[in-house]
Design a protein around this ligand. Structure first.
Ligand code: 26W
Length: 805
């Protein structure tokens, strides 16, 4: 246990932790140990660990007030947190102690940990990045708040019925959430709609409806408990709780309407991760949490007695994509309507506080709100956006408008209202400059910078991969979790036979663990000696899960024709959810499950090639799959994956990557060495050129007998006997409109996969390659990323010394 300041000291022994757990069982749960269920033990353990976070939390808050420095505010519609027991135990240095304490109590630590529901308050990359960033902000000791929404229902639960995805509401809050502290004293009234009135004091906004934003705080403790920050999530509550008159006249539904309506705002996470919905409720969600957050940070700033003009000396606000972009107009509104500043002054103060991160170039993901809807919900903010646009046009000769063609473009608003804009990988940031914001890049040439994404090594190596963690500790010491570049120390061991054996043994242990989990949860048996070839991420055409399953069928065809050939046994593992309204993505899921059914039943080939698609992929499943993976599929169409972060997690856990020159794959390949990366496919520039060639897809198919055979099999109903034409549309799309160039990259992808087969069979070479991946991806720690944001954007300083380790 690490007491205040991080040095091992006032040791929390297993005995003391056991006693704390028993106390919480009794006093917090009101349960006699004899009758306690796994849930009760899990709650008692969680509360006992939470108790130990409070002191560093209070001390960090006190130190922040004393330092009179700058606070960082990370505004995000999503925080894909996952489970917290192990994360907190690891950061407190109590992961082994907790396991001992549970053992003393006759409980299986693993079972108790697995009982915790994931906090699935996000869709995918953007949400998980926010969670990794919170861990790094605390580990570096940078004073920060994460602001988001406390959704009652996170990302839906995915089930397969006859191979098709069905969605079920997620229910993480059916049980008490152990890690949060309700803050009933921290509430803000948020208005929507209504009218504007010119008065001599300025514009007055009379909102038509209001809802209360009520805070829930979750402490976020960093490595070695040297610092702890706050994740403040807002829940919507009615201004008028209960309409007694309706009730008295027997209108019971009417009576709870106000509550139901209000709670709708924070009821559920929108499950779309690439297509903006344009829905009024989504706009209200975005304004609800952003307005509450801006009002909360302004209250905190003013409580320290600073002059409003010095706001940007003490406040840095990061917008996680455009979803909180209304923050600019909201801050200007408060400075003009609330503090009487001129519009010009307010805009420049706000700009010096704000910065925006772009996470996607997909046109359908860029938020554009219908102006009619916007004016209806946020009339005062529309006025202010017009003023911001006028200010932009007055100061530049820009062709760019924020309001255009009847919609409010949130990307342009976030860009113009920020002092810095960043992409999330070197390639992506260049493409942001060359495409989506080319004009604004000309107007503001030094505004766009790059901050390549990262991942927290605490969750994504130390916690999820104990066998490899122990080997690394034994080999290079124990301070790598907060200084990941130290992994370079493994390079000299890459070719060492003894080390290779232990490295392979760690991977094998994880593979057996995964096989046991799949067998117990899904009744699926996989061969742990086979190569585990894994593609886990949201289902999307640009991520090309379709190309992966086409290659799988092509391989199956070859194996069937020559079952005695020296094939490398493979298990293809898929995981991922499709947005409920994304029909093509759901077809791809159905195809994968149907191909799996046919291939896994083929007596000739099933020991050489198997396909599994465990349902309901989430953060906890990723923590199980990634340490057990041999091959990481990062096969997106070049220019489409802004960065990727799964790619980093796989490499860190000793998996080889087969991938395109897209997103952060480019930088991973540069770090690990081209010879330790299985590259294929067109580059981003070649993609654009090829797409411009008429009939490029048909030409590619005609040139590939392997591909055209597979397409004929699928279109012919080989994998949908009951409905022969089920996948004909999917195949037709590849002929007519293969926007993501699956047809053009297929043969090179197949070639690269066979190269993987070759190298995999050379165990010494393969192990050396995977050790070098682990050893050389230290740069992809989110600690390095956050240090970049703090240096290049926020001007924020850590308030703790570098880890003494
Ligand atoms: C409005 C609907 C919506 C919701 C979420 C549109 C777009 C999003 C996100 C930006 C999608 C997302 O998660 N993008 C991913 O962000 C990761 C973190 O930077 C990157 O690593 C991924 O490449 C990118 O796809």
């Amino acid at each position: 246990m690490y007491d205040q300041g991080g040095t091992p000291g006032g040791a929390i022994t297993a005995e003391r932790l056991r006693d704390a757990i028993l106390r919480h069982l009794k006093t917090s749960q009101g349960i006699d140990a004899a009758h306690a269920t796994t849930y009760h033990w899990r709650m008692a353990l969680s509360l006992s660990l939470r108790d130990l976070v409070v002191d560093p939390w209070f001390a960090s808050t006190r130190a922040t007030y004393a330092a009179k420095g700058k606070r960082v505010y990370y505004l995000s519609m999503e925080f894909l947190i996952g489970r917290l027991i192990e994360d907190v135990a690891v950061n407190l240095g109590l992961d082994d102690t907790a396991a001992q304490a549970m053992k003393m109590l006759g409980q299986d630590y693993g079972r108790v940990v697995a009982d915790e529901p994931d906090a699935a308050l996000g869709n995918g990359g953007l949400g998980r990045l926010a969670a990794c960033f919170m861990d790094s902000l605390a580990t570096l000791g940078i004073p920060a708040f994460g602001y988001g929404i406390r959704y009652e229902h996170g990302l839906f639960e995915q089930h397969f019925e006859d191979g098709r995805q069905v969605e079920v509401a997620e229910t993480w809050l059916n049980q008490r959430y152990a890690w949060e502290f309700e803050r009933p004293e921290v509430t803000y009234t948020i208005g929507f709609g209504g009218t504007l009135h010119e008065t001599e004091a300025g514009v007055e906004w009379a909102s038509a409806e209001t809802v209360i934003a009520s805070a829930y705080d979750t402490p976020v403790v960093g490595w070695q408990a040297k610092w702890a920050n706050t994740l403040r999530l807002w829940a919507a509550k009615p201004t008028k709780v209960f309409d007694l008159t309706s009730f008295n006249r027997g209108d019971y539904i009417g009576a709870s309407r106000p509550e139901a309506l209000a709670r709708t705002i924070s009821r559920v996470l929108y499950p779309d991760d690439t297509t903006e919905t344009g829905k009024e409720l989504r706009l209200k969600q975005e304004y609800f949490f952003t307005a509450a957050s801006i009002q909360d940070l302004l209250r905190r700033f003013l409580s320290e007695g600073y002059a409003i003009e010095s706001l940007s000396d003490h406040v840095a606000i990061q917008l996680n994509d455009t979803h909180p972009a209304i923050a600019g107009p909201e801050l200007v509104r408060l400075l003009v309507d609330g503090h009487g500043l001129t519009m010009d002054k307010a805009i420049s103060i706000a700009r010096n506080c704000l910065a925006y991160t772009n996470h996607t170039l997909l046109p359908e993901a860029l938020e554009r709100w219908d102006i009619g809807l916007f004016e209806k919900v946020l009339p005062r903010h529309l006025q202010i956006i017009e003023a911001i646009e006028a200010d932009h046009l007055a100061k530049t000769a820009s062709p760019v408008r924020i309001i255009e063609h009847g919609s409010v473009k949130m990307g342009e608003l976030a860009f113009i209202m920020g002092h810095k804009v960043n992409g999330v990988s070197a390639l992506h940031s260049d493409l942001v400059k060359q495409t989506v914001f080319a004009d604004l890049n000309r107007d503001y040439p030094d505004r766009i910078i790059n901050e390549t994404n990262g991942i927290t090594p605490r969750r994504w190596l130390y916690s999820c991969n104990p066998p490899l963690r122990r080997l690394i500790d034994d080999t290079i010491g124990t301070d790598w979790p907060a200084d990941l570049d130290k992994l370079q120390g493994l390079v000299p061991f890459a070719g060492d036979a003894g080390f290779q054996d232990r490295f392979q043994a760690a991977k094998a242990e994880n593979k057996v663990g995964l096989a046991n989990w799949l067998a117990s949860r899904d009744g699926v048996t996989i061969n742990p000696a086979a190569m585990f070839d894994v593609q886990i991420k949201r289902i999307h055409e640009y991520k090309r899960q379709l190309m992966n399953i086409l290659e799988t069928v092509a391989l199956w065809n070859e194996v069937r024709e020559n079952p005695s050939g020296d094939w490398t046994p493979r298990v293809k593992i898929f995981g991922g959810k499709a947005a409920p309204g994304y029909v093509v993505a759901k077809e791809i899921i159905h195809l994968i499950n149907n191909v799996a059914r046919v291939l896994n039943a083929d007596p000739q080939t099933r020991d050489l090639l198997q396909v599994v698609f465990p349902e309901n992929y989430n953060v906890s499943m990723a923590e199980l799959l990634i340490p057990a993976s041999d091959l990481s599929e990062q096969i997106s169409t070049a220019g489409k994956e802004a960065s990727g972060t799964g790619n980093m997690k796989f490499a860190l856990n000793g998996a080889a990557t087969i991938g395109t020159l897209d997103g952060a794959n480019v930088e991973i390949r540069d770090c690990v060495g081209a010879e330790n990366f299985f590259l294929f496919g067109l580059t981003a520039a070649e993609v654009v050129a090829r797409r411009a060639e008429p009939g490029f897809a048909r030409a590619a198919i005609a040139a590939s007998p392997r591909l055209s055979r597979v397409l004929d099999q699928i279109a012919g109903g080989m994998f949908s006997p009951g409905e022969p034409s089920r996948f004909a549309g999917l195949v037709q799309r590849l002929h007519d409109d293969d926007y993501f160039l699956v047809t053009c990259d297929f043969d090179d992808y197949y070639r690269a996969q066979r190269e993987v087969d070759q190298v995999y069979r050379d165990t010494a070479r393969w192990t050396e390659l995977t050790v070098l991946n682990t050893a050389r991806v230290g740069w992809f720690s989110s600690d390095r990323t956050i240090a970049g944001y703090a240096r290049d954007i926020w001007g924020a300083k850590p308030l703790i010394g570098r880890s003494e380790g």
